[in-house]
Design a protein around this ligand. Sequence first.
Ligand SMILES: [Zn+2]
Length: 377
Amino acid sequence: MSRVIGDIEKFVHEWAPKGSAQSYDNVGLQIGRLDRPVTKVLIALDLTPLIIQEARELGAELIITHHPLLFKPLKSLTGSSLVSSMALEMAESGMALLSAHTNLDCARDGVSFELARTLGLSDVEFLSGLEETLFKLVVFVPPERAEAVRSAAHEAGAGQIGKYSYCSFSAGGTGQFKPGSFAQPFIGEAEGPIEKVSEVRIEMQVEKWRVEAVLEAVKRAHPYEEVAYDLIPLSQKSENVGLGAIGWLPKPLVLDDFLNLTSARLNNPALRFAGHPSQMIHRVAVCGGSGSEFIPLALRAGADAYVTGDISYHPYFDVLGTDGQAKMALVDVGHYESEQMTEDLLVARLSAKFPDISWNKTRLRSSPVETWVRRST
Ligand SMILES: [Zn+2]
């Protein structure tokens, strides 16, 4: 079955909704056209000139990266900087670029879940749900149309709570209204008396990026000229999208052994950390990429160790107790190293969905950062 780039983008955004990306981010199709056919795809964490060359040799029509190429607005496409040069080369070669960045970071089974699995953690959950993402939609419908409206809302993505979907609550009651002069009411007539009718109150949670589609579906299925509904922001955190991940090692390890395991699994010969080599590690929090800001979340969640990248000097002090000892081990494994497994994750997920397309993980290491380990003398 022939596929176009838009099919791939749609699937990625069902898994990692575009609207769940951080506001500063730029995700989705960056270069190319949604209606172009695609048979071969190259997947890499970053775009580099060598990765573009690899894609060309492969004959790929699409490159999928985790980190977006186009992040800050470009004023020209002249090849005068690395970013504009690569964007121009991609466009000239007719190759498309799709990026799934912070939307994949905060997706269930996204970047941090994959990092947790790579470290062998079990019972993995979000370190914290994402705030300000949930709404409650309440809609009032005549009983004979309740099922149609409920189904339309669910089909558009309303009512997903954690591992459950199609979640809603319905209760019967009496609604009332008085049609105005220009109304064309479903029940009663224009300028008629106050009508009292049986209605069903249907309520369900909706994530902010699905609100528009859900309301459109509800209005299409609803018989009333003016649909009565409430859209209420909820203060609880989403269970479907979140920050970082936390889980359990199969058995407790001393920090020294945990660092050895982490170094091996993430293929990084040198790790920076705070903690005592003999302290016990069982519950482990992780965040792919730059996760320093979630150190307080990991401490609050009772993690014995927190693994992330890009930890600068001062945050290491945040894990120390009043005795100066680390309450929680803090481990910097490197930004690239904490996210490199995203390439395998994307290949696995996309090849399962689109088996007719050739999915290829880059053979290159896209990080420009190397680790120097002193020669033994
Ligand atoms: Zn990153």
